[in-house]
Write a protein that binds this ligand. Structure first.
Ligand SMILES: *Cc1c(COP(=O)(O)O)cnc(C)c1O
Length: 473
């Protein structure tokens, strides 16, 4: 069997055309032509293949689903070990938890049972281990530089803590992340974890991180890498829970729909991938908060930029969904040149329109709905009253959209739950009058010792700090 290769969504726009292995994709991040990597073709499973997956444990299922994507990069024994270790730290033995809700034949799929109580752990716990293994194998060491507004930083830190081949430098805006979010990062005292509080805003942090990557000698000297949501390995790991939930609900004999609280489109794109692989998914519902560029696209066929509004669901506060380009690549019949031209035009004008035929094709798979902050609070209260479940604000948006757009009652609808409600105590308290209790594993968070450096918003200070950390510290 020849190994699966990856191509850029803008392939052909700037020759040469590259066909990368999984290992190369893991280490590369963004493609040189500005595109994102996608598999040259999707591995497909027949109905019989899918039926044969019934009853597997999550770890066994993950190993099977992921194997064709990694190709020769990991042998079967190594892959099985990496997957097992990635999910050993989850507080639910099933890794993810599917619960029926007593309304509208809805289900909720809890993806927040990892170390930081957010769904990003599902992908990052595996990605961190894969990256560490690849680096060690080739005697290399890499440094991750990232910026966080609070939520994703801790998942990235937990994913690489204590890994010998990786140092992580995570920038957060000083005084502008919640205490729980800061402590989830700064109480990780592993020697390879470097938390940096920047005297500035989240945008300043992002600009500093970008400036590190744009300094090519600096980037090469430190083998800089990112673990952001455009890394294909994250999509790959997320495909698994779509299969897991659908199998539990009767796949391949019964179709299933999913409603996904969407920001960068990474999570829901994994559902699209599962469908492309043969899983009978009827509909994928995009749930947006007031930052609704994708919902407006589904309504009108036009992506149009507007500013970002802060909401109760900050991980969905986006201007552009980066992973959406992966879907557009298919919508453009995998014509990388045409897509590159459209994306450049989008960047220049702030708008991009697809044809009526392309919009009709999009709607065969996707539908979308939005919910503002007032609606989010009502949805949290309503879900608690009607189902007994306390939902975090991101999940609450999806819950409300799933009910708005319920569709065919014979098809079960699964709402993806992306964070533990205790991560967003203010919104939950406003909605229900009670703050959700911190999970036992975080109970002593407020008293654990912290470690972080404070730096001015100054690129040379940051580079000096990174230069000063020795690899063998
Ligand atoms: C990241 C995140 C999302 C958005 O997921 P995307 O893959 O970016 O669409 C939703 N909810 C929570 C809690 C998140 O952390």
């Amino acid at each position: 069997m020849t190994s699966l290769r990856y191509i850029s969504t803008r392939q052909g726009s700037r020759p040469p055309v590259e066909r990368l292995t999984f290992e190369e994709v893991m280490l590369a991040g963004l493609a040189r032509d500005g595109g994102l990597y996608v598999p040259e073709s999707w591995p497909t499973l027949s109905r019989t293949d899918i039926a044969a997956l019934r009853g597997l444990s999550y770890v066994e299922l993950a190993t099977r689903i992921i194997a064709p994507f990694v190709g020769d990069t990991f042998d079967a024994v190594t892959l099985a070990r990496l997957v097992r270790e990635a999910y050993a730290g989850f507080d639910d033995t099933d890794v993810v938890k599917l619960k029926p809700l007593p309304v509208d034949d809805l289900y909720v799929l809890e993806l927040f049972h990892g170390p930081t109580f957010a769904f990003k752990d599902v992908a990052l716990q595996l990605l961190g281990r894969m990256l560490d293994t690849l680096l060690k194998r080739s005697g290399r060491h890499a440094r991750i530089v990232g910026a966080t507004s609070g939520d994703t930083g801790s998942a990235a830190i937990e994913a690489v803590r204590d890994r010998a081949a990786i140092d992580i430098f995570m920038l957060h805006p000083r005084g502008r992340v919640s205490e729980v979010q800061r402590r989830q990062m700064t109480t990780v005292l592993a020697p390879n974890v470097h938390n940096i509080a920047i005297e500035g805003t989240f945008d300043d942090c992002q600009d500093l991180a970008k400036a590190c990557f744009n300094d090519l000698p600096f980037r090469d000297r430190h083998c800089l890498t990112a673990v952001n949501s455009i890394n294909f390995a994250r999509v790959m790991a997320q495909i698994v829970y779509y299969f897991d939930a659908a199998l539990k609900l009767g796949a391949p004999d019964r179709p299933v729909s999913f409603c996904v609280p969407t920001g960068n489109f990474g999570n829901i794109y994994a559902g699209y991938a599962a469908r492309a692989m043969g899983l009978p998914i009827e509909r994928l519902l995009i749930a947006s908060n007031s930052n609704d560029i994708l919902t407006r696209f589904i309504d009108s066929g036009e992506q149009r930029l507007s500013g970002v509004t802060p909401t109760f669901s900050p991980s969905m506060d986006i201007q552009v969904s980066s992973n959406f380009e992966r879907f557009l690549f298919d919508l453009f019949d995998r014509d990388g040149r045409a897509l590159a031209a459209a994306m450049e035009d989008f960047r220049a004008t702030g708008a991009m329109k697809v044809t009526a035929a392309q919009l009709a094709r999009t709607r065969q798979t996707f539908d979308a709905g939005r919910l503002d902050d007032a609606g989010t609070l009502r949805a949290i209260a309503e879900a608690e009253r009607e189902t007994g479940e306390l939902l975090d604000p991101h999940t609450a948006v999806a819950y409300a959209v799933a009910r708005q757009k319920r569709g065919d009652r014979k098809v079960p609808m699964v709402v993806l739950s992306t964070a533990h409600p205790a991560k967003f105590p203010d919104a939950v308290r406003q909605a229900t009058g009670e703050a959700p209790p911190l999970p036992a594993r975080l109970a002593d968070l407020a008293t654990r010792p912290e470690r972080y450096e404070v730096l001015p918003n100054d690129i040379s200070a940051l580079k000096r700090l990174i230069d000063g950390v020795s690899v063998f510290a």
